[in-house]
Design a protein around this ligand. Structure first.
Ligand code: PLP
Length: 392
């Protein structure tokens, strides 16, 4: 016997994985250069050289037992202190080492936070379009997952819908900015208005409603910066990852930040540590904790992403495609010509162009393209985009 729910999650491959596999099969037939695969969000800029040098330095100046041994479950003090110092320099955050829990990337951090908030009958909201894994992460804790409909066409937050959906059972709302899949950065005005609603409703219900801010793309912005959300709304729990900002998705390293000003900060932090323990977290990879302690000052070199972003945005809008202005991350979220994104994605395959329908992101009628690809691939794919909108 086995758990049927777990089986279903493991056996049903995601649309993105299916597209990726399809792309590999087509590449074997028509040649990799003729497949325009925009399906996967794997960074295409290498990790900074400084990261690799930090690894070499650690190997030569640190005791081997310390490099490879267990750390405390919450993470090395030096790493947490370095992260706090960096946030204090950048945002005047007033953070201390003890506010941080070092995790193995945003995914398990989110699971621990949702588990910590999953009181009996809890509801957790997510703002569409949203990262599809939120649903199994939340539902795996027993909490109810509820989707706030999108704010079209700008893809900020549908504040009227948030207000209407809040109930005394609402424990948290998950937001992700810069956003996967829309590429939109939530403005300070949007976030202040959200904070005002959550404060008012929290007072009415007699308990805080937390923002869970999922921030793997925080530093991936073009011509703007992402507002520091704990500075706008105190009851914010941040889940951060170095997967995208330092191009380290396979290394599994990030942190949860529970700011001091957050309601019930101390017990909440303990509940997150306890939830991580329940899920089998021992400690985040020790070598990578030591690398991060030396690398918190690094920022990504976004030149190639920005060049890709501009080429796609300018050409696709000129062809007649409609999308929100992509100020961050490495995604465009585009209205499907004809209105059916699943049908559009199928049709695009005829041109060996692989795009992901928005249905799984809670936003049917749109498709996502991920522009962490080569500039050359973008140039070669443009005729396919043009033909697809012309033949609609
Ligand atoms: N959240 C969002 C919005 C993402 O796009 C991703 C990965 O693509 C994750 C979380 C998971 O990130 P990590 O690799 O740090 O687990």
């Amino acid at each position: 016997m086995y758990n049927e729910k777990s089986y279903a999650l493991g056996a049903n491959r995601s649309v993105i994985r299916d597209l990726f596999e399809y792309g590999r099969q087509r590449a074997a037939i028509v040649g990799a250069e003729n497949v325009y695969d925009y399906s996967l969000g794997n960074p295409s800029i290498p990790a900074p050289d400084y990261v690799n040098q930090a690894i070499r330095d650690i190997l030569s100046d640190t005791d081997s037992l310390a490099i490879h041994g267990y750390t405390t479950a919450v993470g090395d003090y030096e790493t947490r202190k370095a992260i706090a110092d960096d946030l204090n320099r950048r945002y005047n955050a007033g953070a201390k080492a003890e506010d941080f829990f070092i995790g193995s990337g945003a995914a398990p951090e989110l699971v621990a936070v949702f588990q910590a908030l999953a009181v009996p009958g809890a509801e957790i909201l997510a703002v569409a379009p949203y990262f599809p894994e939120y649903k199994p992460f939340v539902e795996g804790t027993g909490a109810a997952f509820r989707v706030v409909p999108p704010d079209v066409p700008g893809f900020q937050i549908n504040l009227a819908a948030v207000e209407a959906m809040l109930t005394p059972a609402t424990q948290a709302i998950i937001i992700n900015s810069p956003n996967n899949p829309s590429g939109v950065v939530y403005t300070a005005e949007t976030l202040s208005a959200l904070g005002e609603i959550l404060t008012r409703k929290g007072e009415e219900y007699g308990h805080p409603i937390y923002i869970v801010s999922d921030e793997p793309y925080r530093e991936l912005t073009y011509g703007c910066t992402a507002p520091f959300i704990p500075g706008i709304y105190p009851n914010t729990i941040v889940c951060y990852s170095y997967s995208k900002s330092l191009s380290l998705p396979g290394e599994r390293i990030g942190y949860v930040y529970v700011p001091k000003q957050c309601a019930d900060a101390a017990p909440l932090y303990a509940a997150i540590a306890g939830a991580a323990r329940e899920k089998g977290h021992v400690c985040a990879p020790s070598l990578w904790q030591k690398v991060i302690a030396r690398c918190t000052h690094l920022r990504p070199d976004l030149e190639s992403y920005d060049k890709n972003r501009k080429a796609l945005y300018e050409n696709l809008t000129a062809y007649g495609y409609e999308m929100a202005k992509p100020d961050g991350a490495f995604y465009l979220f585009i209205k499907a010509p004809g209105g059916d994104a699943v049908a559009f994605s199928e049709k695009a395959k005829k041109y060996d162009l692989l795009v992901v329908p928005g249905d799984g992101f809670g936003c049917p009628g749109y498709f996502r393209i991920c522009y962490c690809v080569s500039y050359d691939l973008i140039q070669r794919s443009l005729p396919a985009f043009k033909a697809l909108i012309t033949e609609k």
